[in-house]
Write a protein that binds this ligand. Structure first.
Ligand SMILES: Cc1cc2nc3c(=O)[nH]c(=O)nc-3n(C[C@H](O)[C@H](O)[C@H](O)COP(=O)(O)O)c2cc1C
Length: 241
């Protein structure tokens, strides 16, 4: 095994969800910055980057977060928390950035490869993400699915699927973040146990934004690991065809 692979597998193995952090530790907040820099390099759907990351650092904000995370120890004792947010509603803004980028790297719109890219982003992406009129959106998508029923076609494109598309990418970013935090010598705990409604209010987010998870970060204490790691047998979850 390559040395890099060995190091990677060790980090994956060492990462645990840690629910108690050392509140007196001289925590290096730059580790969070570096880990977020890595997180944004995560694979994400169509590179639309429909995510936002809110760093909660001040004592007052952390205290509020502890309440919003239902008093969980992982929130109460965290040196910092990061809220991972899915923003499917920002698709127009992100698309604008991508098209501006393409105009620099692919100025000739008639080039064969460029044509495909522009068609994908100028036609398909707005069709997929514009869910202002859900009934109309679903009708159009169902018609498209029906038209393409005799061949493999992407079917999870209804209004209800759009936030899920964004959540998948946000979750990958969260995993990259947690692995990086471990590599930095710290620990983390992802939390879906929170009041998403109040949390969105606290962060001043619009209703279309969705909280993917809150991640508490800090110097883990041994008692913060609640028991040995358990996974069901590989043969129950890994299949080969
Ligand atoms: C999306 C998600 C939400 C989670 N929410 C919570 C939570 O609210 N509170 C908590 O203590 N752990 C939470 N966890 C941590 C899981 O319980 C933990 O990952 C699982 O038990 C496996 O343990 P390990 O992470 O140590 O391998 C969450 C994990 C994920 C991925």
């Amino acid at each position: 095994m390559k040395k890099e692979a060995e190091i990677f597998h060790q980090i994956v193995e060492d990462r645990r969800s840690v629910r108690k952090f050392d509140t007196n530790y001289n925590f290096d907040h730059d580790a969070v910055k570096r880990s977020l820099d890595s997180a944004i390099l995560s694979a994400n759907s169509s590179n639309m980057q429909l995510w936002e990351f809110y760093r909660i650092r001040s004592a007052a904000a952390r205290e509020r977060m502890a309440a919003l995370c239902l008093g969980q120890n992982a929130a109460k004792t965290a040196n910092e928390l990061v809220v991972f947010v899915a923003r499917p509603d920002l698709w127009e803004k992100r698309l604008e950035s991508l098209l501006a980028h393409f105009s620099v790297i692919m100025p000739d719109k008639e080039d064969r490869k460029a044509k495909l890219t522009y068609r994908y982003y100028e036609q398909w992406i707005p069709q997929l993400y514009d869910v202002r009129f859900p009934l109309w959106h679903d009708l159009k998508m169902k018609a498209l699915i029906w038209k393409n029923k005799s061949k493999p076609f992407m079917r999870d494109v209804l209004t209800r699927d759009v936030p899920i598309i964004a959540h998948k990418s946000v979750a990958l970013a969260a995993q990259t973040f947690m692995l990086s935090i471990k590599a930095e010598g710290y620990d983390s705990c992802p939390m879906e146990g929170h009041d998403s409604h109040r949390l969105k209010e606290f962060l001043n987010l619009p209703s279309a934004a969705e909280i993917s998870m809150v991640v508490g970060v800090g110097k883990g204490l041994p008692e913060g690991v609640y028991g040995d790691r358990f996974r069901v047998p590989n043969e129950d979850v890994i299949f080969e065809l």
